[in-house]
Design a protein around this ligand. Structure first.
Ligand code: SDX
Length: 429
């Protein structure tokens, strides 16, 4: 069968370009030689039609609402496995055997402590610093602790750096939370599993033992699975671009955390809860839906819409189920925020504007209500997203470094500034 090709005709000249097919999903037109052959760039701000890389980690079908990690559907991973199993799958490409899982859990558990000097690092922040700002700084600071032992050309050191990242980010996240509430840091406990350990570091106090609620621990572990990786989203693309220069992986993850913080991305869970609180009661929903539809109003329904999903985000369904489980476990009845969220979803999904623009709830729509019920302040919601997404970022970083065709990312532009002109002395301006 002849190779598939695409062609572009520019200025009377037609240029053929190879078309590449993946294992599933859309083909790509390889335009890498377009500029050399035509003198023109492609133009795609926001990369709505651009594949930046080859990857075998996560596949999303936005029209069907499908999310696969190494081929396994997200609902099956969330139902049957735990977060560290998903971490293993993303890093190694296969589900672990029982022995592999036990060894992986052991290795992650024994990397959860951070250098004792990191504790002093937090003292430089005001108590009311946003924990995401603290996380960008703290994770970036890890680069200073491990710079000399992170030879990214050595597969063994890449894996050690990956394990350290997965293991230490929750510890730093818990420290960022404790610092903002003026409580002492709680050390990791090797007797606890990953998510129970994180809950303990966040909510335990030296004066008394903290009893882990297994239902909440399981719910948070599932929330981590839902947020683990998501193809070439903005923060993952940030990590890949930073990593393409050969930068220290800890610094690359810090760049990913910075990008995730934005309300259009991972900051949406914090923004969605603030929006639900601002709406307050069901009778005020029409007023906000009207604002969301008004072209002249910058207001958007936070937790709604997605660049890729033009169907229901599969994670949002599992998130909603988890939300009900957590509220039931905590005996929270008639939570007004949930009432508003469910009615807002019902109204939006039956509204012509949202139907026509294919806007559905995304993973951030129900997560805030769940995390608030668990006792996390709103400012910690995106930090929790970053804890989970660290494995996705590091798996994608590793895949990029190990790609033999990898080169530094360096996009071009459409220049619309002033053409060449001569300097004008200040006396003549
Ligand atoms: C995440 O990429 C990922 O995979 C991200 C993520 C991951 O796991 O990494 O899934 C996590 O970031 C989820 C998204 C969280 N963000 C929000 O919930 C913020 C609210 N949503 C929007 O800002 C928006 O939907 C985006 C940013 C998510 C997607 O924006 P796009 O793809 O650039 O789409 P767009 O802005 O071009 O919107 C298309 C149309 C526009 O109307 P028109 O200009 O065509 O007339 O839909 C409208 C938008 O105005 N629209 C909305 C809307 N989202 C889009 N209108 C009202 N409310 C919204 N939420």
């Amino acid at each position: 069968m002849s190779a598939k090709t695409g062609s572009v005709t520019l200025g009377g000249k037609t240029v053929e370009m190879p078309v590449k097919s993946g294992s599933i999903g859309p083909d790509v037109i390889d335009i890498s030689k377009l500029y050399a052959q035509t003198g023109a760039f492609t133009f795609d701000p926001g990369f709505t039609s651009t594949a930046s890389c080859e990857s075998g980690i996560t596949y999303i079908d936005g029209d069907e609402g499908v999310l696969l990690h190494r081929g396994f559907p997200i609902d099956q991973l969330a139902e049957h496995g735990d977060f560290l199993e998903t971490c293993y799958l993303l890093l190694y490409g296969e589900l672990p055997t029982a022995a592999q899982k036990q060894d992986f859990d052991y290795r992650v558990t024994r990397h959860t402590m951070v250098h004792e000097q990191m504790a002093r690092f937090f003292q430089g922040f005001r108590r009311d610093a946003h924990p995401m700002a603290v996380m960008v700084a703290a994770v970036g600071a890890l680069a200073a602790f491990y710079h000399d032992s992170t030879d990214i050309s050595d597969p063994q050191q890449r894996m050690i750096a990956s394990m350290r990242m997965i293991a230490k980010v929750p510890t730093l996240a818990a420290m960022a939370y404790k610092y903002t509430i003026g409580q002492p840091f709680v050390y990791p406990k090797n007797s606890l599993d990953y998510t129970a350990n994180f809950l303990n570091m966040c909510f335990a106090v030296p004066c008394e033992d903290y009893k882990i609620n297994p239902v909440l621990a399981r719910a948070l572990d599932r929330i981590f699975i839902l947020h683990a990786d998501h193809e070439q989203n903005a923060s993952t693309s940030t990590v890949r671009l930073a990593g393409s220069s050969g930068a220290n992986p800890f610094a690359c993850i810090a760049a990913g955390i910075a990008c995730l913080w934005g309300p259009a991305h991972g900051g949406a869970n914090e923004a969605a809860l603030k929006m639900l609180s601002e709406i307050g009661t069901v009778d005020r929903i029409p007023e906000f839906v009207k604002k969301a539809k008004d072209k002249n109003d910058p207001f958007r329904l936070m937790g709604f819409g997605h660049r890729v999903y033009k169907n229901y985000d599969p994670r949002a369904k599992i998130m909603q189920k988890t939300c009900h489980e957590v509220l039931a476990e905590l005996g929270v009845k008639d939570e007004p925020l949930l009432e508003v969220a469910i009615e807002l979803e019902r109204i939006a999904l039956s509204d012509e504007y949202f139907i026509e623009k294919k806007l559905y709830p995304n993973v951030d729509f129900y997560s805030g209500i769940t995390l608030k019920a668990m006792g996390f302040p709103t400012s910690m919601f995106t930090v929790l997203f970053a804890v989970a997404r660290t494995v996705g970022w590091i798996a994608q970083w590793k895949e990029m470094i190990e790609d033999p065709t990898q080169k530094i990312g360096r996009p071009r532009q459409l220049y619309t500034g002033a053409p060449k002109r001569d300097y004008v002395p200040v006396s003549k301006r």
